[in-house]
Design a protein around this ligand. Structure first.
Ligand code: NDP
Length: 279
């Protein structure tokens, strides 16, 4: 029977005020006439367990996890979906009966956005970074049949661990980040999966700009600003570019699919997001 109680989902993170996900997901709920609400919650690390228990008590259908809870939340869940288990991090929790199951839609979101531009199977990828976003992307690239993933990262431990993690599915190597990264000829996609450029329109990762057009496509996971310096400089050389909004929209859409069983209209979500991020 229809009532006055919406279905609840949301997000748990620190620095929640800077997280625009709720805007696009609520736009999708409204567009599809769903009586669901998305609550963006500031949750301190020490309170994460209580917050997850609270979500069980109040009947939340699920929630996103953002920094710094993507790994720590696993201790409070009842199970993990396969990608989250391999990646070792959760950005989307789905209630399945009484169980809270951790998923990871970050890599899936990137792959869906990338798949709108290139056929991923057989591609040669240069991936900058080996943190949470890079890890999720690399794992999904392996599953999608990328031929080669070169991981360029400052920290050797994180870089080699990630290369080893995906080596069963793709040719994977770690390269140290020395000076400006030269993009090798024959690269299909260069992906910036570092946090360089986030909230800093004048920053970009240390790359040899003249070599950017060795890549068929230059992609950035940074979505604020949308038009990062890396993408602007790549576009100025005539390179095709892919911004971080596509990944954000698709990972949010994947969450809505899991929670509500509805495939939301991505263009509605992207429009809401772009409007929210316009200064
Ligand atoms: P992490 O902190 O887990 O990883 C950060 C990565 O950036 C590490 O590999 C780190 O290298 C690297 N890095 C940081 N500073 C530099 C630098 N000056 N030069 C070279 N490398 C550097 O962060 P996340 O992976 O969670 O997030 C990365 C970015 O992805 C953020 O901007 C985030 O907003 C974005 N993101 C976007 C999403 C989207 O939907 N568009 C979804 C999720 C994240 P090292 O290991 O050597 O320290």
């Amino acid at each position: 029977m229809p009532g006055f109680c919406p279905e609840l989902v949301g997000s748990m993170s620190e620095g929640a005020a800077g997280n625009p996900t709720g805007v696009m997901i609520e736009a999708a709920f409204a567009h599809h006439g769903l009586a669901w609400r998305y609550v963006n919650m500031e949750v301190a690390t020490a309170a994460l367990g209580d917050a997850v228990r609270g979500s069980r008590a109040t009947g939340f259908r699920g929630f996103n996890c953002s920094m710094p809870h993507k790994v720590a939340v696993i201790d409070h869940l009842d199970g993990l979906a396969p990608s989250a288990s391999v990646i070792g991090a959760v950005n989307c929790v789905v209630r399945d009966g009484e169980r809270l199951v951790g998923h990871n839609t970050d890599g899936e979101g990137f792959l869906r956005a990338l798949g709108e531009r290139v056929r991923v199977r057989g591609t040669r990828i240069v991936l900058l970074g080996a943190g949470g976003a890079a890890r999720a992307i690399a794992v999904e690239l392996g599953f999608a049949g990328a031929a080669e993933v070169t991981i360029v990262n400052r920290d050797e431990g994180r870089g080699t661990e990630l290369a080893e993690l995906i080596a069963a599915n793709t040719r994977a190597v770690w390269r140290p980040w020395v000076g400006d990264v030269v993009v090798p000829p024959g690269t299909d996609v260069l992906v910036n999966a570092t946090s360089v450029g986030l909230y800093a329109p004048d920053d970009r990762p240390a790359v040899d700009v003249a070599s950017l057009d060795n890549a068929g496509l230059v992609a950035d996971v940074v979505f604020n600003p949308v038009d990062t310096r890396l993408l602007r400089e790549a576009a100025a050389l005539g390179c095709a570019t892919l911004d971080g909004l596509g990944m954000l929209v698709h990972q949010g859409a994947a969450a809505v699919e899991r929670w509500a069983g509805v495939s939301p209209d991505r263009s509605v979500m992207r429009e809401a997001l772009a409007a929210a991020l316009t200064p």
